[in-house]
Design a protein around this ligand. Structure first.
Ligand code: CAA
Length: 384
């Protein structure tokens, strides 16, 4: 392997692997059926320091590096993708945005309980008519004395139902494009924030995805994150980090599907021998292993750049694009290698396939990743 992990990173990986397979994995398919949010698991993950890993200990986190974080997240995704998406949103776009842009008081009030896993957070950017193009969002926040009044509808919000605090973007000035977007910390009990429709999804079924409706929602002015007009940059910076997380999640699910396929082909006999003896099958395994390894290197590359505090927008999008496309291919192949059994609920590969489908869509579609990568490549003086 090109990238050498430190002893501490290996220790974190082993610790999370053991926890994930014993605690998270044993109930994942049941959760996929019942859609039950694994609140107890998140409590335990908080105790293990997995909900705000990259946040300093002073604010309830673990001061871990990004490489350790992607190792941990992919181990959780290996067992349960629903659990891993909540972990990913919490760690990156919620906790890191608060850490980077929050005041000391905001951090003490909101970041400590979030990073320590006492509460779940959400990030509300997307709207019914503003997905890939968040600048066209219609939610507004108008200043009234020492409050802002928020009105609008947010859509596809991960943990919209189970979160206790939501970072919400809204337009404080509708005339200046992205420079008029601001971000607010909105505690769930705030009157005027209503949980709307809860989506019934193809995959990630134990993670809730909802509308959030704002009807004259009155938020104290000191709960603005950063300054007026900082909201778009807060979202973009959060998504850079979030995209490394979705790539790590893709890697974890791909490994689960790959391991399941390898186990199956060694056991399944046709034409008098295990199907793993057939070249048509062996070549597929070779291609799958190569794709997974390539994704891993891109993920480590983006995570290492972030740890070195270098620009990583381009590499995060490359990792997200490649890994999310890769896992869709790997899970489809894993089903094919299981034959008819892969199409049944008796084997986990059908869940992996359904869970993976959204990875090329959320936190920026594959098409948006290509926009980001090409923009970066064409303007960037750094060598490839
Ligand atoms: N970091 C910091 N600032 C950034 C940035 C970044 N990565 N990318 C752009 N910006 C800044 C730019 O510097 C620019 O600022 P200035 O005007 O001061 O120079 C400003 O933002 C506007 O940049 P662009 O002109 O490039 O913006 P754009 O309108 O063309 O959009 C885009 C760019 C890449 C298409 C962006 O809109 C985008 O990423 N869209 C996809 C949105 C997305 O990923 N949504 C996912 C929803 S969240 C989710 O899915 C979470 C979940 O629950 C799982």
């Amino acid at each position: 392997m090109l990238f050498k992990l430190t002893d501490e990173q290996v220790m974190i990986q082993n610790m999370v692997r053991e926890f994930s397979r014993k605690v998270i994995g044993t109930t994942a398919s049941e959760r996929d059926r019942t859609k039950e949010f694994p609140a107890d698991n998140f409590k335990q993950m908080g105790e293990l320091g997995l909900m705000g890993m990259m946040i300093p200990e002073a604010y309830g986190g673990e001061s871990a590096d990004t490489v350790s974080y992607v190792l941990a997240l992919s181990e959780i995704a290996y067992s349960c993708a629903s659990t891993s998406v909540v972990m990913s949103v919490q760690n990156s776009i919620v906790c890191e945005s608060l850490y980077r842009f929050g005041t000391r008081e905001q951090k003490e009030t909101f970041l400590i309980p979030l990073a320590s896993g006492e509460i779940i957070g959400a990030f509300a950017l997307t709207e019914p008519d503003a997905g890939s193009d968040p600048v066209s969002q219609k939610t507004t926040a108008h200043r009234q004395g020492d409050h802002y009044i928020i009105n609008g509808t947010k859509r596809f919000i991960t943990s919209g139902l189970h979160s206790k605090v939501v970072l919400v973007t809204a337009k404080t000035d509708e005339t200046v494009g992205h420079k008029g977007i601001s971000c607010f910390i909105v505690p769930k009990e705030t009157p005027g924030m209503i949980v709307g429709h809860v989506e019934d999804k193809m995959g990630l079924r134990a993670s809730d995805t909802t509308d959030l409706i704002f009807e004259n929602c009155k938020v104290p002015a000191d709960l603005i994150l950063g300054k007026e007009g900082d909201g778009f940059k807060i979202a973009m910076a959060g998504l850079d980090s979030g995209r490394i997380g979705i790539a790590a999640q893709s890697y974890g699910v791909a490994m689960a599907a790959f391991d399941a396929a390898v186990k199956y082909i060694k056991k399944r006999k046709q034409f008098g021998s295990p199907v793993s003896k057939h070249q048509a099958v062996r070549f597929q395994i070779a291609d799958m292993a190569t794709q997974i390894e390539a994704a891993k290197q891109l993920i480590f590359s983006a995570a290492s750049l972030k740890d070195r505090k270098e620009s990583y927008t381009r590499e995060a999008s490359m990792a997200k694009l490649f890994a999310s496309e890769m896992v869709n291919d790997i899970t489809a192949r894993a089903i094919q290698l299981h034959g008819g059994y892969g199409f049944t609920k008796d084997y986990a590969v059908e869940r992996y396939y359904r869970d993976a489908r959204v990875f090329t869509i959320y936190e920026g579609t594959s098409e948006i990743q290509r926009v980001v990568i090409s923009n970066q490549v064409l303007k960037d003086k750094r060598k490839m």
